[in-house]
Unconditional design. Structure first.
Length: 256
């Protein structure tokens, strides 16, 4: 019988460790795989994960990057690190940010942050100057929120690409707004950079928590695993495409 392991991969910060541990425990309780692991890296996944993967004992490892969208790290550094799993077939999944369940998390975080039901919502992602993925994720969820009709205005912004987070206040049609950082875990970006650039001290904008350990995010991971398992059963030749072609060099650390 094939032994499957689910591997959650995320940044090495206190909140990320707590968040991934919560999701991992829920997924163990759901028995989605024979084993569920959480591993963390700082800025260089290949180096940081080198000694943290060899203890995983499975025939197939489904690796899920716990980010909202691909970064240089998850397209180069993490796949290179996964080459350490020499005794297993590695199935590298997409980040969880494009799951429809994430829209539910964003909505709930916004509601929790602003009980008086503001008329506008802003989404903030990390962004990347050379990659489109965070922008695509933000626009995807913005479109879904518009379809729901809960807010009169929905706008997106990013930390390191346009439209910049500094402009979000002015791109919304009203100051009666709530802003949700579309990050899996809290960190310097969500706790300091975004609030400073939004000038929250001016008032008018409620600021929500990141996605964190919301149960619907666990659902997103489970759905990602189920989808990748179907693909793996259908076509084993595509199992290690990213990991087999990943070059062995450190990434520039432009993601979180």
């Amino acid at each position: 019988m094939t032994r499957d392991a689910l591997l959650l991969l995320g940044r090495d910060t206190p909140h990320a460790r707590e968040t991934l541990a919560t999701h991992a425990q829920r997924l163990r309780e759901r028995a989605v795989a024979d084993a569920v692991h959480a591993r963390h890296y700082d800025h260089e996944p290949r180096r940081d994960l080198r000694g943290r993967l060899t203890a995983i004992d499975a025939d197939r490892v489904f690796a899920v990057p716990m980010t909202t969208a691909h970064t240089r790290e998850t397209t180069v550094g993490v796949p290179a690190a996964l080459q350490a799993l020499t005794d297993a077939t590695v199935q590298y999944c997409e980040p969880i940010g494009r799951s429809g369940a994430v829209t539910d998390v964003i909505h709930d975080r916004a509601t929790d942050a602003a009980a008086d039901a503001p008329s506008a919502i802003g989404l903030v992602t990390l962004g990347a100057s050379s990659l489109p993925y965070h922008r695509q994720v933000a626009e995807y969820h913005a479109a879904r929120l518009r379809e729901r009709g809960t807010y009169d205005d929905v706008a997106t912004s990013h930390l390191v690409q346009n439209p910049a987070v500094e402009c979000l206040r002015y791109n919304l049609s009203t100051d009666d707004a709530v802003v949700v950082p579309v990050f899996v875990a809290a960190g310097a970006a969500t706790d300091r950079d975004i609030p400073d650039r939004l000038d929250l001290a001016r008032g008018g904008i409620a600021y929500a928590d990141p996605l964190g350990a919301h149960p619907r995010l666990t659902d997103a991971v489970e759905a990602t695993l189920a989808q990748q398992r179907v693909l793996a059963d259908r076509d084993t030749t595509a199992a290690t495409t990213l990991t087999a072609t990943a070059p062995a060099f450190a990434t520039d650390g432009d993601g979180a």
